[in-house]
Design a protein around this ligand. Structure first.
Ligand SMILES: [Zn+2]
Length: 206
């Protein structure tokens, strides 16, 4: 597992690690049955992929329920999502999911993140993986220490929701100005920060 910390202590994944995740997500997306997704239509049907491909049920629950589910483990800050491997459920914090402005995009990113844990980080335990809002893709300028699995799950989510080939087809070789970015956000149903980061990542992949 790659990864290193830079000066500000934010984990950045090694390029090889990012490539590995891109490849893995590319294979997953190519294997999604056509009745679920045609490989082109946007936004990517994340709910259907979670339920039909992985058999995971998505529930929107209160913060109290989430904290209770983590049991002994004390989690500081707000929990956005949980993966309950033992019962095959992804829990999304209901208040965030219902937020009028950014609820829908946050909910999608959280589900993608938990799917990343499901695919990459299962240990066979009924383990719960969680995602804390402070370490979120949507907050510009917040320097948080990302444990490597969290950074991996974020990369997985971005690759799944904003597939590299579809982003590349949209942006071409032209400059991505603010208007273009806005239309990309609407197309992929992504937050501003997640879309910006993804455009940069796709341009870097080349
Ligand atoms: Zn996580």
């Amino acid at each position: 597992m790659g990864g290193r910390s830079n000066k500000s202590n934010v984990v950045q994944l090694d390029p090889e690690e990012i490539d590995r995740i891109e490849t893995e997500v590319g294979e997953i997306m190519a294997a999604v049955p056509a009745r679920i997704w045609d490989g082109r239509s946007l936004p990517v049907p994340i709910d259907l992929i979670a339920s039909e491909v992985y058999g995971l049920k998505i529930r929107e629950v209160s913060q109290d329920q989430m904290k209770e589910a983590t049991g002994e483990v004390s989690i500081e800050g707000t929990i956005s999502g949980l993966l309950l491997t033992s019962i095959g459920e992804i829990w999304v914090y209901d208040w965030e999911a219902m937020h009028e402005v950014w609820g829908a995009t946050r909910r999608r990113f959280t589900i993608g993140h938990e799917l990343g844990h499901f695919v990459m980080h299962q240990t066979g335990k009924p383990a719960i993986y969680c995602r804390v809002s402070e370490a979120d893709e949507g907050q510009e300028g917040v320097h948080t220490t990302y444990p490597i699995p969290e950074a991996e799950a974020n990369s997985f989510s971005a690759a799944l929701l904003m597939p590299a080939d579809l982003v590349r087809a949209e942006i071409g070789s032209g400059k991505v100005d603010e208007n273009r970015l806005l239309s990309l956000r609407e197309l992929f149903e992504a937050s501003d920060k997640a879309m910006r980061r993804r455009v940069r990542a796709v341009q870097a992949i080349g």
